[in-house]
Design a protein around this ligand. Structure first.
Ligand code: SF4
Length: 252
């Protein structure tokens, strides 16, 4: 799954850029999901007194509103972006307003001051209102998403890569960098996505059908704990594939 984030101040053109990306990627037959981060303290889709609000207040931890034309699953807490993305299985996910992720970004802005405020090495293009006046800024292309939507989608396809695990810098450095730093090196063509070894090792953990990435340290603890037990069993064979299920394992 490839992820692109569009960041910028309110009314700088973020949603128009997100729309152009979604439309263009769908036109190229990719599956596409999106996430909008809302920085508004009072925001809630569910309003006071609705039946679903009453379910929640009664203590339900996960509430679903099952309508005739849409299904809304309501969590009663803010989830982390990686937890949210674990529900997606699309070719691309376009994020609006999510800054704290090691993924390629487009900055939208009214002027160069706003670009500078959000500029880091994970930014590969600039768009939004500023594109009426500029075509390039600090070596980055400035693309008008209304006049040149296909160019923006070309750029996004060229720059996007499979999502990195987005671990905290102190948790992992197996590639020799942080996730954020590896992201910027990939964008500059100085590293490859394959330089992140997480998920390509010999241990795989899946919970509820979803793969859970582990840093090498945790992967080794899990591997050694399991091997320490199964090595003592009669059926153990060195280098054989080992699978363990926990939960309802009947019929697996
Ligand atoms: S190895 Fe992967 S998960 Fe670890 S810091 Fe590098 S990019 Fe991030």
């Amino acid at each position: 799954m490839k992820v692109i984030s569009v960041v910028g101040i309110t009314k700088s053109g973020k949603t128009s850029v997100v729309e152009a990306l979604i439309r263009g990627l769908r036109k190229r037959n990719h599956t596409v999901g999106s996430v909008k981060e809302i920085h508004f303290e009072g925001f809630a889709i569910d309003t006071e007194g609705t039946n679903t609000d009453r379910h929640r207040k009664a203590g339900a931890q996960l509430v679903t509103a099952l309508g005739l034309h849409e299904t809304d699953v309501l969590f009663s807490e803010k989830l982390g972006i990686m937890q949210v993305l674990s529900f997606y299985g699309h070719d691309y996910v376009v994020l609006e307003g999510v800054r704290d992720i090691a993924a390629p970004k487009i900055v939208t802005a009214h002027d160069t001051k706003e670009v500078d405020e959000r500029l880091d090495e994970t930014v590969f293009a600039v768009s939004g209102r500023i594109a009426k006046e500029l075509s390039e800024y600090r070596g980055l292309p400035v693309v008008n998403c209304l006049r040149e939507p296909e160019r923006l989608v070309d750029l996004a396809c060229e720059k996007a890569f499979e999502l990195l695990p987005n671990f905290d810098a102190e948790c992992c450095g197996a590639c020799g960098h942080s996730c954020q730093a590896l992201c910027s090196l990939i964008l500059r063509g100085e590293a490859k996505r394959e330089d992140c070894p997480i998920g390509s090792g010999t241990v795989k953990l899946s919970i509820g059908g979803r793969d859970v990435p582990m840093v090498p340290f945790v992967e080794n603890i899990l591997k050694n704990a399991v091997l320490g037990v199964v090595r003592e069993l009669d059926g153990y064979r060195q280098d054989a594939d080992i699978r363990i299920g926990i939960g309802d394992v009947r019929g697996r």
